[in-house]
Design a protein around this ligand. Sequence first.
Ligand SMILES: Nc1ncnc2c1ncn2[C@@H]1O[C@H](COP(=O)(O)OP(=O)(O)O)[C@@H](O)[C@H]1O
Ligand SMILES: [Mg+2]
Length: 374
Amino acid sequence: MKIPEIFERKTVKNINAIYDVDEYKRLVHTYIEYGEWFTVAGLRRTGKTTLVRSIVAFMGSPSIYVNLWELSPYGLSIKTLINRLIEEINHVFSGKMRSVGRRIKEISLFGFKISFSSERPSEALTKLIERIIKNKKRLIIVLDEIQELGQDLGKLIKYLGAIHDLFAPNLVVILLGSVISLKNILKKVKGAPLRGRITREIILKPFDMETAIGFLKEGFNQCGITIQENTLIRIVEFLGGFPGWLSEYGRLYIETYTKTKKKPDPLTILNTVFNDAREAIYEEIAKLVYQRKKLLNYIKILKHIAINITTPPTEIAKMLKTTRVTAYKYLKYLHQRAILETKNGKYYIIDPLIRRAMTQPDAEDKILQYLKNI
Ligand SMILES: Nc1ncnc2c1ncn2[C@@H]1O[C@H](COP(=O)(O)OP(=O)(O)O)[C@@H](O)[C@H]1O
Ligand SMILES: [Mg+2]
């Protein structure tokens, strides 16, 4: 049995293999078409990267993609990012455009002299963008997981403000982040350099129960597999409406079916998906708290909330033997980074697999293990 594309683990998909988000597909297409810069926010595994990269690929415009998650946390700075962008332009365009190839050679000769200033965008990069736009008419730059810049995020925003005025609308920059909202973060940067330059934001949410069931049915139908309605409900209750987890489930189910030549037990597959997910989740949490002061407190909070399901800040303060204000600061960070959600003054973990992972007795040890290796 062939894995249907909807269940494949990749972030550039055929438009038809992207389930449900038709309205957002149209929006992304329109923004790019009109040279409008925009942000995409939302929890991990809600399909941000897939949505944007797939539409960009579909439109066939010249583009570069950089994922900051892969660059961090090894001292990610704006300089590292600019160098990475130049590398990527080299990789994508040098073979096709001689002027870019020549320019890259110059940069690598004198590269170590390039200094960074957000007021005057480093010419190393702007000259390259200029050449590409002159030749190809346009360029799309996708920057993924930009919250990873941490301290230097403000510098990036300033830098982009300057670049915007030089090249928009021929240059389109799309910013993605696994946070509740990137727009709010941009607003807080001193002077708000992107005010009026980025006005649109797409926020992706997990699927609701009905849509999530539709997602699974769509993929399984393509292989001629039917699964009982109550089993589908059980699966979605366990995994939540995250296309990332749901597609892992679908793929593993079909792979197991093909290997064993008989219908797998749906609950066994669920457990395998969870066990595979655990490691990724612990690593993500390690990265999330890595540069925070008193990082153990964050882990304690997540464990506490995971076990109690919902928790008010006063309870967190009591558990940590600290003030309500301090407890609130921790919670605010975890909320902004889209791990926690809040309702009626209480906090809870949105993703059921993260919640489950944090209830495991070895959760803390595993996270600390990752922190040691960073
Ligand atoms: N709407 C969708 N339809 C089909 N597959 C999807 C959809 N959204 C996400 N996926 C799949 O889920 C996984 C995670 O998606 P991704 O785009 O990486 O999420 P994010 O960038 O928000 O973390 C990918 O393997 C992707 O192929
Ligand atoms: Mg992503």
